[in-house]
Ligand binder design. Structure first.
Ligand code: ATP
Ligand code: MG
Length: 283
C-alpha cells in the first residue's frame, strides 16, 4: 500500500485528483476527509495543506506527494523530485510599486521586502550580495506596499493580474515553478515498485496532454512531402484508400505545432482532416 499526499483544497487540488482519475485511480469526495482509500490502485490519499506536504514526505508519513516546486524549494526538506507534472505553473518574482524608479537588483539594498518565501529570497539576495530586510507574511503579500508595510514584494505570479491591480510591476523573475511529484527517498522495494507504476501512468498522461492525433487524406504523389511535415512517434502511419491515387495518413502532432503543420499539409493537397484528442501515449 502506497500513501500519497495531495493539497486538501486550493489551486492544486482539482488537477491532482484529475491526474489520479486519468491514471485509473478513483478516490471518494475529499472535501471533509483527511484520508481516503483509492479504488483501482493500492493507494491511500491524504489531504493536507500544501505547506505540510514536503515535510510529510520527508518524514515518511506519506510516500509520495503532489505539491508546487516552490513549496519544496522553500521548505528545503530532503525529498526526491520524481517528476514534473505540467500544471500549477507559476513563477516567484520581485515586484516594486509602479512609482518606484527601478534600476536593477541593487534597488533592493536596505529595502523591506514582503514575502511568503523568505528562504528562496534570502538565497537570491545572498548570491547577489544584497542586504535587504525580508518580512515574512503568510497571506496577501501584494497589499503590503500600499499599506506601508514594505517597499517591494517577492510573490507568486502567474498571469500578473494581481500585481497590476495592486499597482506593482514585476522586475525580477527568480524562480520557476510547477506541480511536481515528490517521493520519500528511502522507500521500500515494494513501494518503489508501486511508485514506479504510478510514475509510468502519470508520465504517459502528461506526455499525451498537448498532443493531438491527426488523420487526413492525401494524393499519394505528395506523400514524401507530407512525411517531411509530420514527424510522428516513428513516422506517420499511411493507409491505402479505395480511391486510386489517394492515401490516408495518421500522425501525432504536438499542439503548439498543430496549426502550422495543418496549413502546410493543406497546401500540399491534404483533405478531410480530423483532429482528435489523445488520451494516453506510451512510447
Ligand atoms: P494551502 O491552504 O494548501 O496552504 P495555499 O493558499 O498555500 O494553500 P494555493 O493558493 O492553493 O496555496 O496555491 C497552491 C500552489 O499553486 C502554489 O504553491 C503554487 O505552486 C501554485 N500556483 C500556480 N499558480 C498560482 C498563482 N497564480 N497563485 C498562487 N499559487 C499558484
Ligand atoms: Mg499553503
Amino acid at each position: 500500500m502506497l500513501r500519497i499526499a495531495i493539497q486538501a483544497k486550493g489551486r492544486l487540488n482539482e488537477q491532482s485528483l484529475e491526474l489520479l482519475a486519468e491514471a485509473g485511480i478513483r478516490v471518494s469526495d475529499s472535501k471533509r476527509k483527511l484520508i481516503s482509500r483509492a479504488e483501482g490502485f493500492p493507494l491511500e490519499v491524504i489531504y493536507l495543506r500544501d505547506d505540510d506536504i514536503p515535510q510529510a514526505v520527508a518524514m515518511g508519513v506519506v510516500d509520495l506527494g503532489i505539491v508546487g516546486l516552490n513549496e519544496v524549494e522553500e521548505k528545503g526538506f530532503d525529498v526526491d523530485i520524481a517528476m514534473n507534472l505540467g500544471f500549477g505553473k507559476c513563477r516567484i518574482s520581485l515586484a516594486v510599486p509602479n512609482t518606484a524608479s527601478y534600476d536593477g537588483p541593487g534597488f533592493f539594498r536596505g529595502k523591506r521586502i514582503a514575502t511568503s518565501y523568505p528562504n528562496i529570497l534570502s538565497r537570491y539576495f545572498a548570491e547577489q550580495g544584497i542586504d535587504a530586510e525580508i518580512h515574512t507574511i503568510e497571506g496577501s503579500v501584494e497589499i503590503a506596499p500600499s499599506v506601508g508595510m514594505a517597499d517591494a514584494v517577492f510573490d507568486i505570479v502567474s498571469s500578473g493580474g494581481t500585481l497590476i491591480s495592486n499597482g506593482l510591476t514585476e522586475v525580477e523573475k527568480i524562480f520557476d515553478s510547477q506541480a511536481v511529484l515528490i517521493a520519500n527517498n528511502a522507500l521500500s522495494e515494494e513501494k518503489q515498485r508501486l511508485a514506479g507504476q504510478l510514475k509510468f501512468r502519470f508520465g504517459s498522461i502528461i506526455e499525451s496532454r498537448g498532443m493531438k492525433y491527426v488523420l487526413m487524406n492525401l494524393p499519394k504523389e505528395r506523400l514524401d512531402e507530407a512525411v517531411g511535415i509530420l514527424p510522428g512517434m516513428r513516422s506517420p502511419t499511411v493507409l491505402p484508400l479505395a480511391q486510386e491515387g489517394w492515401c490516408s495518413i495518421h500522425a501525432v502532432i504536438a499542439q503548439d505545432q498543430l496549426w502550422e503543420r495543418i496549413e502546410k499539409l493543406k497546401a500540399i493537397g491534404a483533405e478531410g482532416i480530423l483532429i482528435l484528442s489523445l488520451e494516453n501515449m506510451i512510447r
